[in-house]
Design a protein around this ligand. Sequence first.
Ligand code: PEP
Ligand code: MG
Length: 761
Amino acid sequence: MLETLRYIVQDVNAASNFRRALDIIVSRVREAMGTEVCSVYMVDQSGERYLFVATEGLNQSAVGQLSLERGQGLVTLVGTRAEPVNLEDATTHPKFHYLPEIGEEPFHAFLGVPIIHHRKVLGVLVVQQRARRKFDESEEAFLVTLSAQLAGVIAHARATGDLADHTDPIGERADTCFTGVPGSPGIMFGTAVVVHPTAHLESVPDRDAEDIMVELMVFDRAIKSVRQDIQLIGEQLALNLPREEQALFDAYFHMLDDDALAGEIRDCIRDGQWAQGAVRQVILSHVRQFEKMTDSYLRERAADVRELGQRVLAYLQDIRQKKTNFPQNCILVGEEVTAAMMAEIPAENLAGIVSMRGSGSSHVAILARALDIPTVMGVMDLPLFALEGRQLIVDGSGGQIYANPSRVLAAQFQELLAEEQEFSAELEELRNLPSITKDGRRIRLWVNIGLTGDISRSLDLGAEGVGLFRTEVPFMTKDRFPTEEEQRVIYREHMLAFNPRPVTMRTLDIGGDKALSYFPIHEDNPFLGWRGIRVTLDHPEIFMAQVRAMIKASTGLSGALRIMLPMISSLAELEEAQALIDRALTEVREEGIPVLRPEVGVMVEVPAAVYQARLLAKRVDFLSVGSNDLTQYMLAVDRNNPRVASLYQELHPAVLHALREVAKAAHGEHKPVGICGELAGTPAGAVLCMAMGYDVLSMNATNLPKVKWVIRNITLLQSRRMLAQVLKMHQADEIQAFMREQLIKAGLARAVPGQRTSSVN
Ligand code: PEP
Ligand code: MG
């Protein structure tokens, strides 16, 4: 059964469009279950009708013509209950609805199961038989299992079909919308450029060849290189390998012949596909053929073909890894967009980002916000192959993208864009004005930075200091650890630019989702593993070089250097780190460099640190809450997992109460407290943190003018009243709605996400 299930899912997955996927489902399920009828009904866009979209066994000519209204018939009963309905004789059931055109009179036994994806009923899968009999438990369980597995595939195929097959009666032609989560705010129009990791067959997109002759040439070079490799490996192993196994190498060689795979790939290129796409198409179709074979020896060959395809692909990517012609407004689309992929596209062309994995608190999203690039994350059901070259609208605030936008929709978004631009232009006038509330409370607005380009942007936007310098970013752009001197130069550049403003440098915070190519960490639970201070305390040589570089970089400047320690979860870690910092200071002074003692602070981003905040505050110069990680760890929600993105709630009452405790603890020790997670850069978060007494709000430069505008248009008293109400609330949604309403009432609607004058229906 498991095998059958796997093959059905695989075939549906491989279908070229949605129509085909549906046909495969009904024919394969009918065959697997030995029933006379299998049909699929899909819920339409309005959610009110169930369309008869595919059948094997009922009247084919009724497909696409019939539908049932909610409440009508057994099919909609399955959908409404979101549970299977299994009947010996459907025709006698009070809910049975007779549709003369469909031809189901002779069938009595009925089993319908819902197709549910992310809590939403997408449709109903039905099998029927002439005999009066109830389907047994194992049959029901099989169909439920199959439906659960197919749901994701169907959702995906439907999305793909909507784009790929414009004649699809179910699909919407224009304005196809894909939903993810907001990554970086703003609206952008552009052309999709699909990027994929090196040598990953499945994620190579379809792309028209820019020059067919060049693609053929590149392909020939790749084949030649793979042949040489195989020959070399074959020769090396020849001494130890039995004769039969050596035959495998001959088989590989043959596969690369013109009358085998290579010939097919060439044909595909001649039809206009680029070489990498042609390799994917041909190789994967052969892999599927082999996988279906009953003979286990032949089935194993699927792995060989795949392996060969990977090898060819790796060479192709090596030879022509970089696309050179980029459209003016590129929307970078990928399964898991990384900082390195962002770097592949020239900065002036990169207009938007769409990632199937990750969420608003992933580091790519944080980077995108710093660079002001509208981004949508976690768009799980994206038809990656079909998107290349399509026109897209990225709505980074709403977390949606639209493919093939109609003129009407494009005009609506243009209007929103114009409003946003007008607001940003007004905000520019605040640049040199203080961030002070209407009743005179001054709040320090600092920036989070990492890239060198951030310096001028931050200063232009009126930053009064750096609240978080993510030092891992310069580490990521190298192919080995940077030397102490290399680091000193980079840090000095930043400190000089911001002088006399204070600069908070966080010590290296790798692990979790931040990897260094030259220092790989493989763990099952990376966010609960070797991260942040844990890594650097285990490698004092790295920590010491970094701290010395920071201290040296501050020589002769009046702006304070603040060293900040990430992921502290115990006093012992703090004490060890402080001892190392003391040693580094002594060493620098022994080198004859006159330096001041830096301020040292702790990031509160682990629940343990919340409960020990007062003890920590006693021992340091400042606290700073990393609300991104604190939210993740308090709510046990992976900040990168789009499946649970809706549970990642920075305004969760537990998080807000924790924030307040930290502020009280710091002030109890007369130490300043800041917040440098993304929450500080949102209007609601900034207002609530100000009311709690936070001295510093540190955010990405893009958000700073808007937050300053909010602060200058509200009183401390108003914010405290809001906080008092919020602290009595029990649910994040309630708090979210309340803050939204309060900010609008206070005349701050323009800063509230989604609360614009125009709206997109
Ligand atoms: C945080 O966790 O809130 C934070 C600022 O650090 P990062 O996002 O770099 O993990
Ligand atoms: Mg963090």
